[in-house]
Design a protein around this ligand. Structure first.
Ligand SMILES: [Zn+2]
Length: 406
C-alpha cells in the first residue's frame, strides 16, 4: 500500500493551483502593465504553455485585455496584456456601527465621489437611506458605467444569499440585506463581512511586492475586531460562514462585556472603543453610555492617537496596552493558522510607532517557535479606507474569485 506523506498533503479545493496562478498573474499584470506574455512567464517563473492557458482564462473572464503593441519592430509585434480599460465604476458601501460611507470609484479604487451619514440601526430604514444616497451618486451617465455594488457589513454574512447571519454590534440576526437593496438599485451586488472584503482587496488590488497574497490574515480593528484568513489563495469561510471570528475568542473569562454579550473577547480589549475607554479610565460599558448621547463629547480613537503623539502619557499608556492585547490576539491567529504574514487595518495603524514594541513582545510571549514569532505584521496604511477598498474589490475581482451566487 502506498504510504501517505503528510508533508505533501494539501486540501483538495477545487482548482486551487489554477486560482492561485490566475490571482498572481492578475496582480503582476496590474503592477507592470502593459506586459507581454513572455515577460509574464518570466516574472512568474513558469513555462509559456502555462501562460497560454492562464491568459485565455483571464481574457474569457473579462479581467484582462490583450492588444497589439504599437512599438515598431521587425516581425510580428508582441501583444501586450493589461487590466480591462478604465471608465468602469464600482460603488462601495461601508456600514459601520457609527457611520455609513459610500464611495463611487474606478475599479482600482481611485475615488470619484463619496458621501456618508450617521448609521441608522434599523435595517429597513438603513437600506432606504443607502438607496437614496446611492441614487444621488449614480446620477446621469455614471449609472451605466457602474459595474456593481460591494457592501461591507460589520458581521458574519452568508455570501451565497447576502443574508447577514449575525452582526453583534448592530444587534442583527438573519437580516436579508442583498435582496432588498439590489432590488431597488437594480445592480449586481455582493454583501461581505468587513475583514473578508479587506482580505479580498489585498488579494485582488494589492501589490504582490508587499508580500504573499495567497497566504495571509487580514485583521481589521475598528468599532469591532474581525479577521479574514486567506489560505491557498482562497478566503477561509468555514462550513457555515463564521470562520475567522477571532474577535470573539476570549482572552479571559472575566473581562469586559463584549458587543456579543459575552465576557473577555479579544474585541473587548482591542477595539477602538476599548482603547478610548482605557484612556478615559472607564469600564468599556461606561464609554458606551457616553457614546449613546449623554451630551458629553467622548474623544475618538484618532483624538487619543493625536494626544499620544503630542506626548500625553495617559494616551501613550492606553495605546501601549492596546498593543499588548493586539499582540495576544495576533499570537492566537499565528498558533491557529500560521499565516505567511498578517496585515492590520484600521485607524489604530496610525499609532503603530506607539504600540509596536508591546505588540511584538506579546506575540513573542505566546507563540511556540522563533519562526512563528517572526511572522511579519504589517500595518495597512493605504490612503483610502481598507474597508471601502474591500467594497471595490467585491466588484473588481473577477467572477471566479467570488462565491458562485445563484
Ligand atoms: Zn464577543
Amino acid at each position: 500500500m502506498r504510504k501517505l506523506n503528510p508533508a505533501n498533503f494539501r486540501p483538495a479545493t477545487r482548482a486551487t493551483s489554477r486560482d492561485v496562478n490566475r490571482q498572481i498573474a492578475l496582480n503582476l499584470i496590474r503592477e507592470h502593465q502593459p506586459l507581454s506574455r513572455a515577460d509574464l512567464a518570466r516574472r512568474m517563473g513558469v513555462r509559456r504553455s502555462v501562460i497560454t492557458t492562464l491568459v485565455t482564462d483571464l481574457v474569457d473572464a473579462g479581467a484582462v485585455v490583450e492588444a497589439a503593441s504599437t512599438e515598431v519592430r521587425r516581425g510580428r509585434p508582441p501583444t501586450l496584456l493589461s487590466i480591462r480599460p478604465s471608465g468602469e465604476l464600482a460603488l462601495a458601501i461601508d456600514i459601520r456601527f457609527s457611520r455609513t460611507t459610500l464611495l463611487l470609484s474606478d475599479l482600482d479604487g481611485r475615488p470619484v465621489e463619496s458621501r456618508g451619514f450617521d448609521t441608522v440601526h434599523d435595517p429597513e430604514q438603513l437600506i432606504a437611506r443607502i438607496a437614496k444616497e446611492s441614487r444621488a451618486l449614480l446620477k446621469g451617465a455614471r449609472r451605466a458605467r457602474c459595474k456593481g455594488v460591494g457592501v461591507i457589513v460589520p458581521g458574519m454574512v452568508d455570501p451565497a444569499t447576502g443574508v447577514v447571519l449575525n452582526a453583534p454590534q448592530m444587534k442583527w440576526r438573519d437580516v436579508p440585506f442583498r435582496q432588498p437593496l439590489a432590488r431597488v438599485l437594480g445592480l449586481p451586488m455582493q454583501v461581505e463581512n468587513a475583514p473578508v472584503a479587506c482580505a479580498l482587496a489585498k488579494m485582488w488590488l494589492g501589490r504582490s511586492s508587499a508580500g504573499d497574497t495567497t497566504d495571509f490574515a487580514y485583521v481589521i480593528v475598528s468599532d469591532g475586531v474581525g479577521v479574514g484568513v486567506v489560505k491557498h489563495g482562497q478566503v477561509v469561510r468555514g462550513a457555515t460562514a463564521t470562520a475567522g471570528e477571532f474577535g470573539h475568542i476570549p482572552l479571559t473569562l472575566t473581562g469586559p462585556t463584549c458587543s456579543c454579550g459575552r465576557q473577555g473577547c479579544w474585541e473587548s480589549y482591542t477595539s477602538n472603543l476599548a482603547t478610548v475607554a482605557r484612556y478615559l479610565g472607564r469600564p468599556l460599558d461606561d464609554a458606551r453610555v457616553v457614546r449613546r448621547g449623554s451630551g458629553a463629547r467622548r474623544p475618538s480613537i484618532t483624538d487619543v492617537i493625536a494626544l499620544a503623539h503630542d506626548g500625553d502619557q495617559r494616551a501613550i499608556a492606553a495605546l501601549e496596552e492596546t498593543g499588548t492585547y493586539l499582540g495576544l490576539g495576533l499570537a492566537n491567529i499565528i498558533c491557529a493558522v500560521n499565516p505567511a504574514r498578517i496585515v492590520v487595518g484600521g485607524e489604530i495603524t496610525a499609532a503603530w510607532d506607539v504600540m509596536r514594541a508591546d505588540m511584538q513582545r506579546a506575540i513573542a510571549s505566546r507563540t511556540l517557535t522563533p519562526a512563528a514569532a517572526a511572522t511579519p505584521i504589517q500595518p495597512d496604511q493605504t490612503t483610502i479606507s481598507p474597508r471601502l477598498l474591500g467594497g471595490v474589490a467585491l466588484v473588481a475581482a473577477p467572477r471566479f474569485a467570488m462565491p458562485q451566487v445563484a
